[in-house]
Design a protein around this ligand. Sequence first.
Ligand code: NAG
Ligand code: CA
Ligand code: CA
Length: 369
Amino acid sequence: MVLRCLVWLFIIGCVSKVLCSCGAQSEPTAPQGAASCGCEKLKRAAAAVDGAEEQTASVLTDTAGKYSRVANERASQAQGDERELHSQMVQISGGEFLMGTDNPGIPADGEGPPRLVHVDSFYMDIQEVTNRQFQSFVHATAYVTEAEKFGDSFVFEGILSETVKSQITQAVAAAPWWLPVKGANWRHPEGLDSNITDRLDHPVLHVSWADAVAYCSWTNKKLPTEAEWEYACRGGLKDRLYPWGNKLNPKGQHYANLWQGDFPNHNTGEDGYVKSSPVMSFPANGFGLYDMVGNAWEWTSDWWTVHHTTEQQDNPKGPPSGTDKVKKGGSYMCHKSYCYRYRCAARSQNSPDSSASNLGFRCVSREQR
Ligand SMILES: *[C@@H]1O[C@H](CO)[C@@H](O)[C@H](O)[C@H]1NC(C)=O
Ligand SMILES: [Ca+2]
Ligand SMILES: [Ca+2]
């Protein structure tokens, strides 16, 4: 199984190398073997097993149902302060926009072609779901995340303690800075010797796709489609790279928690953070949404494909099935040389059961919650 996994990862590594060299702004100092993107796709070994997808999908449906039932039962006895823990939402007025781009930073990710998409009005959390919010969900439902069940999760090497690093023997071949860390989960973002006591207002991390769906269901919300997410990211601007425009740092200001310095060796933390930041630490976009790019990657409800119709679409939901889910927005690990994915049109993928130290989510709903 381990062998199979490594072979699989090696293949991914080769593909990534091609993908990322497309996105990379030629970086002559790129260290050997570091060509794949730091904030890219991760898979648990199990996800490579044939047929695992359908099984996962049915389990996920059950999970969502169960937790929304719990939510409904609790709704009648909901306490005011429990409600206050839920994110504030803003209404995103529906409309038409050009999804994707004709000038893809990473063409192999399926950023193009641009296509006319209409989305109906919806409400979106103004922030990534925080540790505090996820904790209230776990307190109320006794929910156990997939990383807790598996017993490990992927953590970026650069933020691990020496003690934890010394206990690890395995790494992701294509991206050696990703280490599967025993005991890493949302409560222990860098393994057992870490905690979230001082990070309750940071995005919850190490949540799988099913974990994210379960949380959203509990709040009577759901994950955004990729189209909803991208429409929201653009904040009403047309044909811009970022939620705020085309300049990464207008007037020298940082607008998102990203990586400054050399990836993966040195993060200068010029934007104030080398890891996650408290949500809403950077300016909101035109729709009042924070951290749409940077800080934590965000799960969407869509299955991954790189093939898109050029025909006009109405509330597209992505392919009916797949092996990976789409994530959007990039994270605090993204740097132009390795992971130029902190753009609204950028996208990446993870197997739904994977979790990592830079991946979170936010929820949407049809009605005000
Ligand atoms: C949480 O971690 C901090 C150090 O980051 C430590 O001082 C503190 O004792 C830890 N708290 C718990 C409850 O483990
Ligand atoms: Ca940063
Ligand atoms: Ca984000």
